[in-house]
Design a protein around this ligand. Structure first.
Ligand SMILES: [Mg+2]
Length: 251
């Protein structure tokens, strides 16, 4: 039905695609195995900016997947890559200690009093007091607001939804009286550009499988890759399947 002969990489979203909270999606390991055989390159991307790349990798391992660390791209990993590429050395991070550590590991100060950028990530334990230090920092006009993503909600176990990064970004924008300058996560294409450039794979040689039209499919379309949406409400501008396991029948 579909021709994937030119495809060299399959990119999988994680939350709501490969797993739901701590529950692996039905037949996920079979899907990953078949995609690996057919396309050779597998990537996993997640808008998660609260946990480190290593923590998500350990979660995937614990669930019994054969994912490699080098195949995993979290926003917490991509943010410091972006900061490095653009010569940021001093930032102030509103986010988890794990995100701050990912930034530190790249020789960038995440708690600067004279920041070139405010970096905002998701934190499930976010509280208003987390903004007090930022309220006391004098922000230069040139200071950028760089955010992980603007997802309002995300799925966890049994169809339950949790509040996402967007409400935290909204709080930071309000405090600074400033709009977001750069969104690193999906649907921005940094999550594809940074890993695929390393692999020397072109956009038209990529399929991206995800459960969110607004983040996954819009990113795939923006990048020029083929989006495959897991959905019960079909869309016109991407391939639609009802569940991840259906991929076994079309690839
Ligand atoms: Mg998802």
């Amino acid at each position: 039905m579909y021709n994937f002969n030119n495809i060299k990489a399959a990119v999988f979203d994680l939350d709501g695609t490969i797993y739901f909270g701590s529950q692996l999606a039905y037949m996920a390991n079979d899907v990953i195995k078949k995609a690996r055989e057919k396309f050779k390159n597998i990537l996993f991307v997640t808008n998660n900016s609260a946990k480190s790349r290593m923590q998500i990798y350990e979660k995937l391992k614990k669930m019994g997947t054969d994912a490699e660390l080098s195949e995993l791209y979290t926003v917490s990993y991509i943010i410091p890559q972006y900061l490095k590429e653009n010569n940021y050395k001093e930032v102030f991070c509103i986010g988890t200690e794990d995100l701050k550590n990912e930034i530190r590991q790249n020789d960038i100060n995440p708690v600067s009093k004279t920041p070139q950028a405010i970096v905002t990530g998701f934190n499930p334990d976010f509280a208003l007091k987390d903004l007090n230090e930022l309220a006391n920092i004098k922000i230069d006009k040139s200071c950028k607001l760089i955010v992980a993503n603007k997802e309002r909600i995300y799925p966890v176990e049994n169809g339950y939804l949790n509040a996402g990064a967007a409400p935290i970004v909204g709080a930071v924008e309000n405090l600074l009286d400033k709009k977001t300058d750069i969104i690193i996560g999906k649907p921005n294409t940094e999550m594809l550009r940074i890993p695929l450039c390393k692999l020397d794979i072109d956009a038209e040689e990529v399929i991206l499988i995800g459960d969110s039209y607004e983040s996954d499919i819009v990113m795939a379309n923006n990048y020029g890759a083929q989006g495959i949406l897991i959905t019960k409400e079909p869309k016109n501008d991407c391939i639609c399947i009802k569940q991840l396991a259906d991929l076994l029948e079309i690839i």
